[in-house]
Write a protein that binds this ligand. Sequence first.
Ligand code: PGA
Length: 244
Amino acid sequence: MNVVICDDHQHMNALAAQVFIDLLKSNPQAVLGLATGTTPIGVYQKLIDSYRAGEISFAEVTTFNLDEYIGLHRDHDQSYYYFMHQKLLNHVDIQGQRVFIPSGVEEDYATYCQWYEDRITEAGGIDLQILGIGSDGHIAFNEPGTALGSRTHITELDPQTIRDNSRLFKSIDDVPRRAITMGVATIMEARQIILLATGENKAEAVRDALQGPVSSECTASALQQHPDVTFYLDTAAARLLQNE
Ligand code: PGA
């Protein structure tokens, strides 16, 4: 795995955005895997800037988001559908029919999860996936204990994730307890993966992901077995890494 440590967040966002920009220039029909959370917002802003500068277009791009809270309608201001549109999709020339964000309000999730997997397959798989990491080591909402062979499924959020994400809700009681998420195996099929982590509270998860055993206790550790992953970290998030 490649690790880039960079304290200037603007520079880090620019480096991560450049991976997308290079891909879109060489393949305007690329399939992108997108993540929500606070960490990738700066990367999305750089992509909007690049689009506005006429460097890239999303007209033929397909996107798949990692996850969504169960029970939040797409117009709820904490839904990931809403987030993606606010932070990126409303500001570029992407076609709505090529935007896939898991729905939080389905009745038959067994059918729906398979449908979502089938759409990824039909699109030819994900070329480039961006990830954050939870303080509990999750990627998407693959919480500790999730099988590394998992595919898109419904999950119970870990108490630590509920606490972490409560900062974005009026109260902790408003944080949904369940989510739909791509599985670890779904994510591992992306051809290229970049993971961003900033801040002290990610340091343990980053250490476990990069230097711990491959284990479902830290689902990000599965990335050690992927052939093309780069972690972009600030010094605080990289604080516990041992030189190898
Ligand atoms: P964050 O979330 O970017 O808001 O820290 C990351 C994650 O939970 O994957």
